[in-house]
Design a protein around this ligand. Structure first.
Ligand code: UD2
Length: 344
């Protein structure tokens, strides 16, 4: 009899615990998730909302009527997996800013200035003040081996510069590739609570025009300015099957830049972690991909399609004449003397 009572009590306990696990645990898990994509971004009390969905407009805002039959005809503004490709003329900046202002977002940017690349930092930071997410909360994370040489740049209210020391290296390839490891660690250790989006950018570049809310997305890639009219067989992907960055002939969508990518923290963390691991596992077998982490990023984006693609307006190169479809150059690499500036 005693045993039966005990069994019944045990059964009830198991049922109660089961119900708690099914209903309560997911709520707890979503609330406490380190890359908290459920954050109440609309400000209206809804949990479980992805940061990039549910666009709440400002009542009374006037802007030109959108059309689905008129607009730019000289470019393609959607990928085959239906991600937007952002070009000038495909978005309305005031509308987008009003949507994201409501969400009170914080955007982080990472930039590495190791060795002689410190000389590019002043222009990068000054032009970012003029063009990069103006009017939004921005945190620029600078990684350098020369913290004393970081220039003093006046930043607007709500914008902040954070300097981290990193070691130098005898090989530029290693400096460039190690960025993935450092970005992964930064997201894990520092960013997971107060930053919504992150962009990882090359320092030897300047902003020339708006780079703002139109670029926000879950996983964001930038199309390389050097190859966007080429057949995929010409893309400088890693072509050795022994490398984890390998892209087979007939595969690959676009050739993306290593010099600019971004998205929400969870996505960029997964990208950085994967590229870092594949780079390191290749290294253990004596392989270095053709374009280091850029090759691994291209492999990653082939399998994990970016939810938003930025046109080459978002990373041009100063030595290239502007093509007619590029109405605006927003960010562009400066001309540099590789032999003089690199450690090897
Ligand atoms: C391309 C990519 C770059 C990277 C590289 C392959 C673009 C525009 N650039 O540029 O992102 O994928 O190919 O590895 O897509 N750095 C230092 N100190 C150094 C060397 C590099 O700080 O001594 C940092 C710096 O932030 C620089 C970045 O690494 O902007 C990339 O190096 P790079 O500009 O020399 O690479 P590059 O021009 O070959």
């Amino acid at each position: 009899m005693m045993n039966l009572k005990f069994m019944a009590m045990l059964l009830s306990l198991v049922v109660v615990l089961g119900v708690m696990f099914i209903y309560v645990y997911p709520i707890y898990r979503f609330r406490e998730s380190p890359c908290d994509s459920s954050k109440d971004l609309s400000g209206d009390g809804h949990l479980f909302r992805s940061p990039d969905l549910h666009l709440v407009a400002t009542d009374g805002l006037k802007y030109p009527q959108p059309s689905i039959t008129q607009g730019r005809t000289d470019i393609v503004s959607v990928t085959p997996w239906l991600a937007p490709v952002v070009w000038e003329g495909t978005f309305h900046p005031v509308l987008l800013d009003s949507i994201y202002q409501k969400r009170n977002i914080t955007v982080a940017a990472t930039v590495f200035a190791v060795g002689k690349y410190i000389r590019f930092l002043k222009d990068f930071l000054e032009t970012a003040e003029q063009h990069f997410f103006v009017g939004f909360r921005v945190k620029v994370y600078v990684f350098t081996d020369r913290p004393n040489e970081v220039p003093k740049v006046k930043m607007a209210a709500g914008r902040e510069l954070v300097v981290h020391s990193v070691p130098n290296s005898k090989r530029w390839q290693e400096i460039s590739a190690r960025r993935m490891e450092i970005i992964q660690t930064l997201i894990e250790e520092t960013l997971n609570k107060d930053v919504d989006y992150i962009f990882c950018l090359d320092v030897d570049s300047k902003f020339h025009s708006r780079w703002g809310t139109e670029s926000l997305g879950e996983l964001v890639a930038v199309i390389h300015p050097g190859y966007y009219k080429d057949d995929r067989s010409k893309f400088p992907y890693e072509r050795r099957p022994t490398s984890r960055a390998y892209v087979a002939p007939g595969e690959g969508d676009f050739y993306y830049c290593g010099g600019a990518f971004g998205g929400v923290l969870a996505e960029v963390h997964q990208l950085a972690q994967t590229c870092r691991k594949n780079f390191e596992d290749d290294a253990k077998e004596g392989i270095e991909a053709a374009w280091q982490e850029e090759s691994h990023l291209n492999r990653y984006m082939w399998l994990n399609k970016p939810s938003k693609v930025l046109s080459p307006e978002y990373l041009w190169q100063d030595f290239k004449a502007r093509n007619s479809e590029v109405l605006v150059i927003r960010f562009s690499g400066v001309i540099k003397n590789y032999n003089e500036i690199r450690p090897n």
